[in-house]
Design a protein around this ligand. Structure first.
Ligand code: GDP
Ligand code: MN
Length: 352
């Protein structure tokens, strides 16, 4: 029997033990980073900044994943700087390779083609393993079995404002399942067939399309085409129940069978965005405003002077990308009729 709209989501929630401590409100939530040994310097910089901005107040554990063994130096340098404890995870080889259906010669030919077209990371095989791992595998690691919310943080990023609330607890209390910061448009050459592949999936399984979803954020012509807007997943907080749901798993399998992670260069950002925008109610998405987030080449920096001072931001507002006309963040607020969290008065609508 088919499930009604949104019912699959309720089923995901039902029967999941409350693994968080009801007194402290803390659950099994972690900061999570995929990183190479060679990125140690950037990693240290990011840890020191993020501890200042957020984690020295909340002390979440910070877990690190790598497709190779971490070096002793990496583990030592990182462990001494993380206030909530660190854990190091070696990704099993079968999560960082080709699935059985992929024709490796065809994949290699495609990479050459992408290199000629000068698409970013077009020639890279490891980048494609990374995108596939982030799209459909990381949350299946044994080590993450009991984790509920995770916050993805990449080496080299900054948070240039103070984050003054516990974002994990905010999300848990307000039934938020997915949070983002930056949003922009994808290079269409990396995903020529992703939209049609996605539409094919939802035509087969319309029960997975949520009521009051965020679909208008990703299409400007009622579903004929993708407007390329995506949550920039180098910053991402999510409840892993979403990724572990039958709905998301079937979506990932559908994409993986098409081979676009290798024959094209599908990124985990548009994959997560399309899934979240169709499968989740829009009000379960959360925009994490005013963090001063910086991932090359884009910076978030509050434009409102009062907000900037309140949050002790150390960034240049003229460099703000969040509310720039090329950013997709305004569209998120417009299509959902949400007040923009750009002034202290409006912030109180979110955090009374
Ligand atoms: P970009 O953000 O799209 O420019 O891609 P990045 O180079 O920042 O990669 C995204 C994330 O995956 C970062 O956290 C990287 O450290 C990590 N990453 C990328 N490739 C590899 C890899 O081959 N091995 C490991 N361990 N991490 C990787
Ligand atoms: Mn990056």
């Amino acid at each position: 029997k088919e499930l009604g709209k949104n019912q699959w989501l309720q089923r995901v929630d039902a029967g999941v033990p409350k693994i968080y401590d009801s007194t402290s409100g803390k659950g099994n939530d972690v900061l999570l980073t995929l990183v190479r040994n060679s990125e140690l310097t950037d990693m240290i910089d990011t840890i020191e900044r993020f501890e200042r901005s957020f984690n020295s107040k909340y002390h979440y554990q910070w877990w690190f994943m790598n497709d190779e063994e971490f070096t002793e130096e990496f583990k030592e340098q990182v462990s001494t700087r993380v206030s909530g404890g660190a854990r190091f995870i070696k990704i099993p080889d079968e999560m960082w390779t080709y699935p059985g259906n992929i024709d490796k010669e065809k994949a290699a030919a495609s990479r050459e083609d992408y290199a000629k077209k000068k698409v970013m990371y077009g020639e890279s095989e490891s980048y494609r393993f990374m995108c596939r791992f982030n799209s459909g595998l990381f949350y299946k690691l044994d080590e993450l079995r009991d984790i509920e919310y995770y916050w993805r943080i990449e080496p080299g990023v900054h948070f240039d404002c103070q984050i003054t609330y516990d974002v994990f607890q905010y999300m848990r209390k307000n039934n938020k399942l997915y949070a983002f910061n930056m949003a922009l448009q994808e290079d269409v050459r990396t995903i020529p067939s992703l939209w049609n592949t996605t539409m094919e999936f939802f035509q087969k399984t319309p029960q997975y399309i949520a009521d009051k979803n965020n679909a208008k954020f990703v299409t400007d012509d009622d579903g004929s085409s993708y407007n390329l807007c995506h949550f920039w997943s180098n910053f991402e907080i999510a409840n892993l129940r979403f990724y572990r749901s039958d709905a998301y798993e079937q979506y990932f399998q559908h994409l993986d069978n098409k081979g676009g992670f290798f024959y094209e260069r599908w990124g985990d950002a548009p994959v997560h965005t399309l899934a979240a925008s169709f499968m989740l109610p829009a009000d379960s998405l959360h925009f994490v405003a005013n963090t001063g987030y910086m991932h090359n080449p884009n910076q978030d920096c509050p434009v409102d002077e009062e907000v900037k001072q309140l949050l002790h931001c150390d960034c240049n507002s003229r460099k703000d990308f969040t509310w720039h006309k090329w950013s997709c963040v305004s569209k998120f607020f417009d299509v959902n009729n949400y007040p923009r969290p750009t002034s202290v008065a409006n912030l109180k609508k979110y955090y009374p």
